[in-house]
Design a protein around this ligand. Structure first.
Ligand code: UDP
Length: 421
């Protein structure tokens, strides 16, 4: 069945001690204290791709860090064909409130693939974490007689979920011991405890570390982008829910008044079959304008994306729906003013007018971009506040700490009230 070739996963070795220079000794000590009682605990993360999108981005840093603090963490990916990913993409869109034609065949395909992957579940793991709808069904492998804690980590916003798809998945979700959501408003009423835990970025990885200015300029000019003129940037998978055509429309409104270039950077994710179609639409919309750069990059282009984010004058994230929006966090960490749609986790990150702007319409996005482009002092002030906000809330060390607390809570049965940890 599986069309995809076996992917080899080689995770970087990451040392917690390296983060002391960023977050300080006290934070590192707290993490070690929380990790000590968890020493040796085995934890298996299960998702649907090693590359592309926020979940893979998070796991590629979280798993090595969990290992470094003494847990025995592993990450496995289900094997599935294109049809399964078309089904789960329809589920994904429907869970985000879009209308999708869902037929019995969808559920049949989902269950068939799920059952073929049951052997992937580690029988020995103390904790099994299924990420998102693609892997929630693996809870069928749970053996009641075995002491094993199951968590469902949801990375999407379920507030307006299609009840048919949610009804189907919910029965699997509730066979877990606990669920983890980014935000209170993205969750659902459930019979199992809900833990709130916002994602984070790694300040030391290729995507976020400091880069020499010459390298940034070399990368930018290599794509034919002029680093001396204003650059608007959106980094996102080519997905309609990221509204790339809306970004082009906002750019055109801005261009009537101010000089700027638009860069739309995207890549594909193995579990997102819609990407090519959306990329073609974006290319067509951009075709006539030499100042619109559409870059389709391989999934490991972290340094290139880092450089583009650092070169940007304004970063845009015009999503129609959003789980958390790590691209927003990445740009804010780089001290960039971000204009984001007022949806999902973007609302949790941007305090409008303080560390960026939230906007509700295409015209609103264009208006805020113009405001920033015409006021350098404002851009700097928003950018500085953005970096501080990420430092205080959305770095990987805080994420690891929150995860350790979540595991303690599940293992001890001590309920954490639905507050952010
Ligand atoms: N990303 C990437 N290459 C791309 C597009 C996105 O590496 O071409 C990364 C991006 O930098 C971010 C993640 O993928 O780290 C996207 O996470 P986000 O939460 O913004 O959106 P998702 O794709 O999970 O919906």
């Amino acid at each position: 069945m599986p069309e995809r070739k076996d992917e080899r996963l080689s995770l970087p070795s990451v040392r917690l001690s390296a983060y002391e220079s960023v977050v300080g000794e006290a934070e590192i000590e707290q993490i070690r204290m929380l990790a000590a009682p968890m020493a040796g605990a085995t934890i298996q993360h299960l998702n649907s791709t090693y590359a592309g999108g926020g979940v893979a981005e998070l796991l590629s840093r979280l798993v090595p860090l969990m290992n470094d603090v003494g847990l025995d963490a592993r990450w496995d990916v289900i094997r599935a064909d294109r049809r399964f990913f078309e089904v789960t993409k329809d589920f994904h869109n429907a869970l985000h409130g879009a209308y999708e034609e869902i037929v019995p065949e969808h559920y049949k395909t989902y269950l068939e693939t799920t059952r073929k992957n049951l052997e992937l579940v580690s029988r020995d793991a103390d904790f099994v974490v299924t990420h998102d709808p693609q892997t929630v069904g693996l809870v069928e492998a749970r053996e009641p007689a075995r002491t094993q804690y199951w968590l469902w980590r949801c990375h999407i916003d379920l507030a307006e979920a299609d009840p048919r798809v949610w009804g189907f998945l919910r029965s699997y979700v509730e066979r877990h011991d606990a669920s983890i959501f980014h935000l209170a408003e993205s969750g659902k009423d459930l019979l199992i405890p809900q833990i709130l835990l916002t994602p984070a970025i790694d300040p030391l990885d290729e995507k976020n570390r400091e880069l020499p200015q010459e390298e940034i300029e070399r990368i930018v000019t290599g794509f034919g982008i002029d680093p001396t003129r204003p650059i608007l940037l959106q980094v996102s998978r080519f997905d309609r829910l990221k509204d790339p055509l809306g970004v082009i429309a906002a750019y055109r409104m801005v261009r009537k008044w101010q000089d700027c270039q638009l860069v739309l950077v995207g890549g594909s994710a193995a579990d997102d079959p819609e990407g090519e179609e959306v990329l073609a639409e974006v290319r067509e919309a951009a075709a006539s304008d030499p100042d619109v750069h559409v870059l389709a990059l391989p999934p490991d282009s972290h340094r290139t994306i880092n450089a583009l984010q650092r070169a940007a004058t304004v970063v845009v994230q015009k999503s129609i729906r959003e789980g958390f929006g790590l691209t927003v966090t990445e740009a804010m960490w780089k001290g960039k003013p971000v204009v984001g749609a007022s949806v999902g986790g973007i609302r949790r990150q941007i305090l409008s007018g303080i560390n960026g702007y939230l906007a509700h319409t295409t015209a609103g996005v264009a208006f805020r971009i113009r405001e920033i482009l015409s006021n350098k002092g404002l851009a700097e002030r928003l950018g500085r506040a953005a970096r501080t906000y990420v430092f205080e809330n959305f770095l990987i060390t805080r994420y690891l700490k929150s995860w350790l607390l979540a595991l303690h809570s599940v293992r001890t049965g001590v309920r954490i009230s639905p507050t952010y940890i």
